[in-house]
Design a protein around this ligand. Structure first.
Ligand code: ACM
Length: 571
């Protein structure tokens, strides 16, 4: 039982991110995977030549006017495997280092490795000024001399999740060769993140490093504890757009989180384009808490984010909060109200006052159409229907509406997700219930057939203040410092079989968060603590060791221009 639920969630999440590599092995979007900006002639036209992959990538133009060399006079900064977060299942260090210079070629033998190989090339381009060649699978191991090779393999071998875990990987670095073995696109991707994190902090800087950067030598064998390692971002209460979300995705990927749950609608705004109801964004998107101008994702924006996240192993789960938390929709479309009268736009922070007109055919049609358009542009397996705090909907109406809406999602071929209240609806059946407030409700949901994702507000609501040393933030669920996040053991949270727990997800509501810097302050250093809770086997975790490793990440955040809270608990 434990194994089957575990495999389901892993397979479902993997399928959605692997889809991006299947149909987009070339991250530039070019239709010619053999084209190359670093070669005069397209490589790969001669069947004996290995194909050159990912010609442009996302790193933007790289300054090649003074390409760094491997000259003996050049200073080399070596990285380390000692500070990895989350802690891998096995890690050992060797002697010497692998210098990243223009001689290095990346070889992506299995097609599943291409996206990860191109991501590695792009990540290294920023800080090294190098645009390493990425070759297809038939490049000889002996030529050229120094390679980063992606190989097919069983993946991570010794985590709690067992051998051959689909997200697992094996990484081996010697002075002349880096070998990455995995069995899925996600496994290759997590190995790349480990490799990048083992490089010196300067690898995260947008500026080119003076010195050459080098990977440490050694071996990492790794696989995650939980298949669902998430973060919810509320882009309603205050609007955050594509580039802000890309920054969040980059941070998540670096710590091996794999689910981005986007809260796309609420009382204060509607944030995603729906063709059948243009008023949702023409009228319903131009508000936010405090009355700012708001904003919304076009369908192209949304698809771009899904793709950007997918290339980094992250599945996007869209949430349309129903039937409460709907003032923006009710304001935009009068027919969704029982009296046909649109309410005023709302820019405050109260909850529980809005509801769709349950049972009205116009509302049923609205829900079906919105969820269908959302499903059509969401390759991931999940659609989140909210369902929380519907205090203005009668119990009978709530139950009937949720039961119908769960079926709408299932009929669209998706697995429904809802806040834990959804699991209390009689006959709600198999779904993912997101625990946030009341363990007894989550336990009832499991009894009714749900699986759980754990987002207890007392620990994982990152809109809460840290404590007296960082008092900004909400307070209704108490304060949460980094150590509290780290010391939390998910399976003690609710009295259910551990096999019913798919994983964990932090939530970041944005009533009080107005800028990207404030997002960063709420996430750092708590997000890496959550990442280790989610990834690392419980018997390998310990605060003292973690806080020492995480302290070394401050230099990474500074290099990347990410503000962070100086949590005194980290020592
Ligand atoms: C919630 O915090 N209302 C899910």
């Amino acid at each position: 039982m434990a194994r089957s639920i575990f495999l389901f969630v892993v397979a479902a999440l993997l399928a959605s991110t692997a889809a991006c590599s299947d149909d987009g092995a070339d991250p530039s979007g070019s239709t010619d995977p053999t084209a190359s900006s670093t070669h005069d002639e397209p490589a790969g036209t001669d069947p004996r030549e290995p194909a050159v992959l990912c010609p442009e990538g996302e790193a933007g133009p790289v300054d090649r006017s003074d390409p760094p060399t491997s000259g003996a006079d050049r200073q080399v900064i070596e990285g380390t495997f000692d500070d990895l977060v989350p802690l891998p299942a096995e890690v050992s260090s060797g002697d010497g280092s692998f210098v990243i210079d223009q001689e290095v070629v990346v070889v992506a033998a299995p097609p599943d490795a291409e996206v990860a190989a191109c991501l590695l090339r792009d990540e290294l381009a920023r800080s090294t000024g190098l645009r390493l060649e990425v070759a297809g699978g038939d490049a000889e191991e002996s030529s050229p001399a120094r390679q980063i090779r992606f190989e097919a393999g069983p993946g991570g071998g010794s985590s709690a999740a067992g051998p051959g875990h689909p997200e697992g990987y094996r990484l081996e670095v010697s002075p002349d060769l880096v070998t990455i073995e995995a069995s899925t696109a996600a496994g290759y991707g997590w190995a790349v993140q480990t490799l990048i994190q083992s490089a010196p902090a300067a690898v995260h800087s947008p500026f080119r490093a003076e010195a050459a950067l080098a990977f440490p030598t050694g071996t990492v064998v790794d696989a995650p504890r939980f298949g669902w390692r998430g973060l919810m971002v509320d882009i309603v209460r205050h609007w955050f757009g594509v580039s802000d979300l890309e920054r969040v995705i980059d941070l998540m990927a670096g710590y091996k989180l794999n689910v981005l749950h986007l809260h796309l609608s609420d009382d204060q705004g509607w944030r995603v384009a729906i063709d059948a109801y243009p008023a949702l964004t023409e009228v319903g998107a131009s508000t936010q808490v405090g009355g700012g101008p708001g904003g919304f994702l076009t369908k192209d924006d949304y698809r771009h984010l899904v793709d950007y996240a997918g290339r980094r192993g992250i599945t996007v789960i869209p949430e349309i909060d129903l039937p409460g938390h709907t003032n923006a929709a009710l304001h935009a479309i009068p027919e969704l109200n029982c009296d046909g009268v649109a309410p005023e736009p709302y820019t405050g922070t109260q909850v529980g006052f809005s509801t769709l007109c349950i049972g009205d055919p116009a509302v049923e049609e609205f829900v079906r159409t919105v969820l269908a358009e959302l499903a059509e542009m969401t390759p991931g397996p999940y659609i989140h229907i909210g369902g929380d705090e519907a205090h203005s909907t009668t119990t009978a109406d709530y139950q009937a509406f949720i039961a119908r809406t769960l079926d709408v999602v299932r009929d669209l071929g998706k697995v429904p997700v809802g806040w834990e209240e959804v699991g209390t609806v009689p006959g709600s059946g198999e779904l993912v219930a997101q625990h946030w407030l009341d363990a007894s409700i989550a336990e009832a949901a499991v009894a009714g057939g749900a699986s759980l994702v754990l987002s207890p507000s007392s620990v994982l609501y990152f809109d809460m203040a840290y404590g007296e040393f960082a008092p900004d933030g909400n307070s209704w669920a108490g304060t949460t410092d980094t150590r509290e996040v780290y010391d939390w053991e998910p399976i003690d949270q609710v009295a259910v079989e551990p096999s019913a727990i798919l994983g964990v997800e932090a939530a970041m509501w944005t009533e009080l968060i107005e800028t990207p810097d404030e997002i960063s302050l709420r996430l750092l250093p708590r997000l890496p603590a959550l990442a280790e809770v989610a990834w690392t086997a419980q018997d390998r975790r310990g605060w003292a060791n973690f806080s020492t490793r995480l302290s070394a990440h401050v230099a990474r955040w500074e290099a990347a221009g990410r503000p962070y809270v100086d949590d005194p608990g980290l020592g």
